[in-house]
Design a binder for this molecule. Structure first.
Ligand code: N01
Length: 509
């Protein structure tokens, strides 16, 4: 029976095995990619658990109007599963979701996926040299635990007085309620980040009135998006070399942005000019132009791309509100200046828990402490963004300091998957049951990262962003070229690890 990635009765009823060699958590790009690469490497004894009902991760969760990728399509696919079907240079969310569904179906790994299955706690049993993982579907033990739970999967809800008493509909951008018809309604969108600027132009088309609550203005440059011509689509489908040329050119084009973020902010001057021109083109009113013009260095927060955001703000029935929100009542948002704006539907586009990830509370290492406890003082930290001292055989995809502002996370994820496969091959070859990065290796890695980060625009640009944790440390962004990351992770450097031999024959060997 074919297994659909969505609801499938047979798949839904299968019991989770009590024991596997590799347990993968999450079925987005990271988890799916890991499953496929494990399978191709002959590591077929794995299970993937996913809290949602199908593959897709963030691209399944974010279905808000206007959702699309701000990384060019040609870079937004696995290198081992090209997509000849992109219709545009920047893909809309449904195409990315469809791509992931197709890759999942065609890869032959879905028989080892368990959907609607949440990881409740993972504890490393040092005696047994195994991870013991409690899930909503029972317990499973595994030699390795690979987490692909996403850097931006847990919505951050704003701590606004009275919001829980709001009597209308309220939902987060990543939990869009499609049952709510916005036609003719009074709608408020809180936040002006990457999600909001895609939502606002779409919602503005149908609502009666829209208030957009801006705390900090984003830098928004034009979106150089277009439909591929028929000829291009034909060539991209039929001639793999054309696809490779597009992908390679896009990759190097994106890498050329890195110095502007890391060392030479003046290289961002053309982007700044383009953003100011974008404002001038989209907004006729000088007062509104001034309010949307950021007062910090471009690049400090993620640079956003849109051709439709500013024109939407300029529409008669759309108001940009920059006075801070004081409270929410049963039917209105009240700002600090005392103005009360009635609202039927509240859209909360306030981002995600990026620096304090909920999964960190649930993963406990060899001494029983959770990642959250270990990171409480110094912030999120890993070795090569992937492994963590005190947590043997834990591999975190999209771990600390692996996120990008300029290019495709799929590239980073694939670099990490190769590293995980290298670790597994090393364990097999040497009959190791456990590998754990040495504290000195991890500390040296992070000292170097933090030293590099200090001079980047993310630290010096004069803004607050979700890249920085409560201590002001950037524990999110990779501050170098992506090819450097790939090169540094190209070989599993076992000399940076403490290793343990298998105590019984049942281990990974
Ligand atoms: O979230 P954000 P996002 N009261 O954190 C504001 C990826 N992504 O979901 O800037 C009022 O960027 C907050 O204000 P401030 C991408 O990596 C990609 O939009 O903190 N406002 C900000 O304006 C992106 O960077 C794509 O002052 C409050 C907004 O809410 C990341 O996801 C699409 C507030 C949050 O912006 C996150 O984007 C979408 C409060 N209490 C997302 N709290 C594509 O590829 C927060 N804000 C296209």
């Amino acid at each position: 029976m074919p297994i659909d990635t969505d609801v499938d009765t047979f798949a839904a009823m299968r019991p989770l095995p009590a024991s596997v060699t590799h347990l993968v958590v999450g079925a987005g790009f990271a988890g799916l990619g890991t499953a496929i690469r494990l399978d191709r490497a002959g590591e077929t004894d794995f299970a993937v658990i996913e809290k949602d009902a199908g593959v897709g991760g963030t691209w399944r969760a974010n279905t808000y109007p206007g959702a699309a990728c701000d990384v060019p399509s040609q870079l937004y696919s696995f290198s081992f599963a090209p997509n000849p079907d992109w219709s545009r240079s920047f893909s809309p969310q449904p195409e990315i979701d469809a791509y992931l569904q197709r890759v999942a179906r065609e890869s032959g790994v879905l028989d080892r996926f368990w959907f609607d299955t949440t990881m409740e706690e993972a504890r490393y049993d040092a005696e047994a040299q195994r991870w013991v993982v409690r899930t909503s579907r029972g317990e499973v033990t595994a030699t390795t635990l690979v987490t692909g739970t996403g850097g931006l999967s847990e919505p951050r809800l704003p701590d606004i007085d009275g919001i829980e008493d709001f009597a209308g509909e309220v939902f987060h951008s990543a939990r869009w309620n499609h049952d709510v018809d916005l036609t003719g309604k009074r709608v408020a969108v809180i936040g002006t980040g990457a999600s909001s600027i895609q939502i606002v132009p779409e919602v503005a088309k149908v609502v009666g009135h829209l208030d957009v609550y801006q705390r900090t203005a984003p830098w928004v440059i034009p979106r150089s998006d277009r439909r591929y011509t028929r000829l291009e689509r034909l060539l991209l489908r039929r001639v793999p070399a054309v696809r490779r040329v597009y992908r390679t050119a896009t990759y190097w084009g994106r890498e050329s942005y890195v110095p502007a973020f890391t060392r030479l902010p003046r290289l961002a001057a053309p982007a700044r000019r383009a953003a100011l021109l974008n404002i001038a083109r989209g907004i006729p009113d000088p007062a509104l132009r001034a309010r949307v013009t950021p007062d910090y260095t471009i690049g400090c927060k993620r640079i956003l791309i849109s051709n439709t955001y500013y024109p939407a703000l300029a529409r008669d029935h759309v108001d940009l509100v920059t006075d801070p929100i004081a409270r929410v009542t049963a039917d209105a948002v009240v700002t600090a200046d005392g103005v009360e704006r009635p609202v039927d539907v509240l859209v909360v586009a306030t981002g995600f828990h990026a620096t304090e990830q909920p999964i960190a509370e649930r993963v406990r290492g060899r001494d029983g402490r959770s990642l959250a406890q270990v990171w409480a003082d110094g912030g999120m930290a890993a070795y090569k963004g992937t492994t963590v001292h005190g947590f043997p055989n834990l591999f975190q995809l999209v771990g600390a300091n692996t996120t990008l502002g300029h290019s495709s996370m799929v590239f980073m994820i694939e670099s990490q998957i190769a590293y995980v496969l290298g670790a597994i091959a090393t364990m097999r070859a040497n009959r190791y049951a456990a590998v754990e990065p040495r504290r000195d290796a991890q500390d040296a890695w992070n000292r170097d990262l933090q030293r590099r980060l200090r001079r980047t625009v993310w630290s010096t640009g004069g803004c607050a962003s979700w890249y920085l944790d409560a201590h002001g440390r950037n524990t999110v962004v990779w501050p170098r070229h992506t090819f450097t990351f790939r090169s540094l992770l190209s070989r599993f450097d076992v000399d940076a690890y403490e290793v343990e031999a298998a105590r019984t024959d049942e281990r990974i060997t």
